[in-house]
Ligand binder design. Sequence first.
Ligand code: BES
Ligand code: ZN
Ligand code: ZN
Length: 466
Amino acid sequence: MITLNATEARLDEAQVPLRVLWVRQGALLPQGEALDARLGGLFRRSMEKAGFKGEAGESLLLATPEGHFLLFGAGEDPREAGGRLAQALLKTSFPEALVEPLGAEEETYALAEGLYLGSYRFERHKTERQAKPLALRLSGAGLEALERARKVAEGVYLARDLVNEPPNVLTPEALAEAALGLKPLGVGVEVLDEAAMEALGMGAFLAVGKGSENPPRFIALRYAPEGAQERLDLVGKGLTFDSGGYSLKPTEGMATMKGDMAGAAAVLGAMKSAALLGLPVELRGYIAACENLISGRAYRVGDVLRTLSGKTVEVMNTDAEGRLTLADALAYAERQGASRILELSTLTGAAVVALGEEVAALFATEAAWGEKVRQGAERAGEKVWPMPLEKAYREKLKSPVADLKNVGDRNGGAITAALFLAAFVQVPLVHLDIAGPAFAKRAHPLGPEGGTGFGVRTILEVARGL
Ligand code: BES
Ligand code: ZN
Ligand code: ZN
């Protein structure tokens, strides 16, 4: 992780190797203006000569008698400005820079968050290239905003690492180990093995995991700070790999399925940040971690499963496995006394068809709870959009032999998946289908391609707003 520090030093007086000056709508921000005046309009002339407009992310490096300056297009959003700047600085040979403020406390926080998120790299499995260090000083920044941004970024980094880790490394057991790694921060972690899950009656979750040599694990987390008045129960989909099972996916469809535990990763990341921040809200987290593979022991199309809730399900597609694991995780959360649940899952390709790669689908069984989560996501800067839990489509999930079947028809696939989940809980439930935004196919202002850590910041904001 890069280093951010607050400094009282002003841009126009500091003698440092590199200073970053923001440009908005073709004009330098005040500190840059003052400097330009002192340098006899050098910046202005250079900008004109280079045809530099200062569009978001556009940069111009200048060597002057007073040292090097990077003129950088800020754009509208300070978070994205930070992300773009961090990526640009990592490409230069400067290990340090002084950065001009982009506004007051709130903008400084967003800028810092963007700097941390934008500079994330996953290089654990690269034998050569190593991340180079970068230390930035933010002129006039408050230490508190920088600390908060760092603690949030720690959680997002954890979620991204877990998603990016290949499926031969991140097995269900390894995911449980990652959860246990939160213990030193004061997070309680309990891991159930197959025997314990059998005894409880998690028949749906166990069936999904049966095809793999790597045994499933059920992970229960608890962060309970003293004096907490509110409690939030989280559930995350934890498929460490989804081949589709006997309803096998084609190779292209399987390529990103190591990320089918992004919901679980968001829960773990949020737990980590909450503990670091000392967030005064109790958080519980539940993850049913397993692999969906093929073998002589794997579950079949046509199997009837008995879920923890007591309801039976006819399996009509083994690739609709997430909802089966979640049915048991949700029922377990409710048994543990949840009064409201926020669940995150890379659940359906249909959600990606409906809303694209950047926007998560939000389903709520109760409008007020749905609105709370929507507002939290908005404050966090993560894109979600409400979708209807259309009751008429419950018909599609009727089975001739069991209480439910696990798929409807092709139409409204994200909705029928959400309706399926809703059948397993009585308390208010928000389901975020993060199949689109959990995994970036291309680099973006806030990070490289791969896991995005989507959901971590939303969970934290929702918890803060309870
Ligand atoms: N993990 C997938 C959903 C998914 C698709 C996530 C694309 C990320 C990107 C899920 O388990 C799945 O395979 N869902 C099926 C459901 C269908 C069989 C009803 C799907 O979306 O095709
Ligand atoms: Zn699947
Ligand atoms: Zn899946």
